[in-house]
Write a protein that binds this ligand. Sequence first.
Ligand code: FES
Length: 189
Amino acid sequence: MGVVCAEVRLRLGAGLGGAMRCRACLLHRFASARLRSMDGQIQAIASRYKDQPGPLLLVLHAIQDEWGYLPPAAVPIVAAVLNLSRAEVHGVVSFYQHFRTSPPGRHVLRICRAESCQSMKGTQIEQRARESLGIDFHQTTADGLFSLEPVFCLGLCACSPAIMIDEMLIGRVTPERLDEVIAAKRTDP
Ligand code: FES
């Protein structure tokens, strides 16, 4: 007899549910295994840094480097390993804009909002990005293709205004050049 998840049993009714082996249940079991594995990895990362001075930021950065964001399980696990309250960990996560609590889009577009870029019409680039993608900073497009993030200096001040798409830095950006960059990424397989 197959293992039936609660959701499917609910849909089918109690009489049929016990005899059904369904694809959804296999997927649920696979997802559960992955989550358990993720929890273990988060715990390992937190344990690695817990004896260092001020370990919380180190741990949060390491977790985000691993998955691109802080999974929901991160706060309670990190709090337990570092002997902090969940509120303390959550407070740090929400204070720093750098930390994401949802997965990033396939492509991350970062736009510099620091002084040099602002003085070189960087606000036009910000506006064009918002219009082209239909999202604001710290948001991800509905299709999951792009996330838009602000940064404060990319070290490319001599070529302001500057942006970064994924790992690529681009200087002297114009609204038209930004359109080209976004269009190229849209067709990126
Ligand atoms: S101020 Fe924009 S790259 Fe430095």
